[in-house]
Design a protein around this ligand. Structure first.
Ligand SMILES: [Zn+2]
Ligand SMILES: [Zn+2]
Length: 307
């Protein structure tokens, strides 16, 4: 009993982090967050300039995650420097740098905000993170500026990661969906985090988890929960790769955090059980799972009532 409570609490923390992140402010520089994860180390410029400090911000993300450029520009560096892959992009008088990154772009390439410039490599933080820097000439700037109002405490990030690992190691945890059969369970997994309002143990606020998290390992096929038509396919920093399918009766199903682009397009008809994508951990998610939201005529309903 105690263990179950701990485990359910665990996945809730992860989801709460997702909600906190979704609510955090925009960026001082650029329109795209290079990786979706939380700020695990903030900007701490050395004073005077030659002392140790932190001339950028670290964003938590798993090794192998896609790294996206924050703003349009031209690639000026894409090479391994002192054993770590570095990509630098020039935006007028400013430059952004991304490391450690295995570059998928070349020097001279023009990039648009959100274009993938490489894949995150290990080496900067024990649990994986991107070091994101901003410079004007020789001067280092804070890429988050003053607008990042809520930095997650490091302890919260560490806790979320530990709990996500525990969740991953305990595939039989969670709640069996009741099996009403209105919707097909898209990944066949148990509910590792239920729908509803919960009191956050770290942030001490009530937050809504607007769906259920279904247990599934990375790369598991995601199946359409019912016959329908694809309403949208998109990417955003909180939901990651996001898919919405419209069904009969005003019902919509929303699938979050897929590994990569869904295999279906807007306007396409899909059949119940048809594979539409792969489970991943994009967006504000610290481990692979499927977040499923359901709405009827635009109003949230608990997916567990339909599964
Ligand atoms: Zn760093
Ligand atoms: Zn969720």
């Amino acid at each position: 009993m105690g263990r179950t409570v701990v485990r359910v609490g665990a996945v809730l923390v992860v989801c709460w982090l997702a909600l906190v992140a979704g609510a955090s402010a925009g960026w001082a520089f650029g329109s795209v967050r290079p990786v979706p994860g939380p700020v695990v180390r903030g900007y701490d410029p050395p004073e005077p300039n030659w002392l140790a400090g932190h001339r950028g911000v670290d964003l938590g993300a798993s090794v192998g995650s896609e790294v996206r450029v924050a703003a349009p520009g031209r690639v000026s560096v894409a090479q391994v420097i002192a054993g770590r892959g570095v990509v630098t992009v020039v935006h007028g008088e400013l430059r952004t740098s991304y490391e450690p990154v295995k570059a998928t772009v070349r020097v001279g390439d023009q990039v648009q905000a959100g274009d993938v410039i490489g894949l995150l490599e290990a080496g900067h933080c024990p649990a994986g993170c991107l070091h994101f820097g901003l410079k004007r000439g020789a001067e280092y700037l804070d890429p988050l500026g003053d607008s990042e109002v809520r930095l997650l405490p490091e302890s919260a990030v560490a806790l979320a990661r530990r709990l996500a690992a525990e969740r991953a190691a305990a595939p039989s945890g969670g709640i069996e969906p009741p099996g009403s059969g209105v919707l097909l369970n898209p990944v066949g997994g148990r509910i590792s985090s239920p729908f509803g309002r919960r009191f956050h143990p770290i942030f001490h606020e009530w937050r809504l988890h607007a769906g259920v998290d279904l247990h599934a390992s990375c790369g598991t096929p995601i199946r359409a929960a019912a016959d329908g038509v694809v309403q949208s396919v998109s990417y955003d920093s909180s939901g990651g790769h996001r898919l919405v399918i419209a069904h009969a009766g005003g019902l919509t199903t929303h699938y979050l955090h897929a590994l990569k682009r869904y295999q279906v397009r807007k306007g396409q008809k899909v059949k119940r059980g048809q594979a539409v994508g792969l489970v991943g951990s994009t967006g504000w998610s610290t481990g692979c799972h499927l977040h499923l939201t359901t709405k009827i005529n635009g109003r949230l309903v608990d997916p567990a009532r339909l599964l």
